[in-house]
Write a protein that binds this ligand. Sequence first.
Ligand code: HEM
Length: 312
Amino acid sequence: MPSVMESSEGGDEGESLRYEDVEDDNVSPSDLSELLKEGTKESHDRAENTQFVKDFLKGRIKKELFKLATTALYFTYSALEEEMDRNKDNPVFAPLYFPLELHRKEALIKDMKYFYGEDWKEKIQCSDATQQYVDRIHHVGQHEPELLVAHAYTRYMGDLSGGQVLKKVAQRALKLPSTEEGIQFYTFENISNAQKFKQLYRARLNALDLDKNCKERIVEEANKAFRFNMEVFNELDKIGRSLVEEAQDGGVPVHDGKGDIRKCPYYADKLGNAAAGCPYHTAMALAKQPIVQMILVACVAVAAGAAAWYVM
Ligand code: HEM
């Protein structure tokens, strides 16, 4: 496994930091890493508690939705890494430039090929919420590069932390191969110890030459980055709901949004062929129609009358 100094283009070339050797017990509250951690705590809680993330953590994620989430990540990291490449020699960002260890675009392209096939590019589009996020990243990279750190921190530190939980959940829930196809995004091949790497990243954050005001702006921007992520999650959550509704007969809420529609043996069939219906759910849907209820009541009354006549 290559060490940071051997493999990455980024960082201060004169510094002999290997991430295996970095200690992080000497932090002060005014260090950028601490300001970011403390200053985004509430945002982190909110992000973890969005419906999309909560469902994902419980393994309630459908493949179609996971594909869209991966697509959103593809557009996001394409923008982020384009701007990081642009600023790789800019002292406000250079110490945090770790292309070999962190960059996700190539991994995401592998995931996109796995999910959509070789012509994946023609099959995807950037969603509204993702576009807003992408636009902000480009703005920052081109006009306020000192804020790029906030976007890199929010995504990569998250990917090396909670992202590793999501990787296992996705693999299990979507029955993805153990060879890790479809979840390359979550696999950091060139980081042997995520905890130690995060310590190095924090040390690099703290070594940036920034005044108090600039640090505050970076924390503010990181909170903005969290908000962009939450907007994407909320958009995905809405799409997830419509995926379920579309699969229902004529808008009749046969599943009422509860339970797992995939457990209905006719669900897959319904997705492929709108005319095909699940007999149980069709019967339940029909039973909810007033005219059908009246006919049922009449039938019950006739049967009860016939039974009474027979008994007499
Ligand atoms: C799936 C739900 C999530 C879980 C279970 C989770 C879990 C965690 C954990 C355990 C840490 C602490 C890691 C450490 O100190 O080494 C962490 C840190 C972090 N997470 Fe999350 N996270 C989740 C979602 C997110 C999201 C959605 C984002 C942002 C898009 C995010 C961004 C971050 C960041 C930036 C840190 C670094 C905090 C710091 O040490 O400065 N996380 N996460």
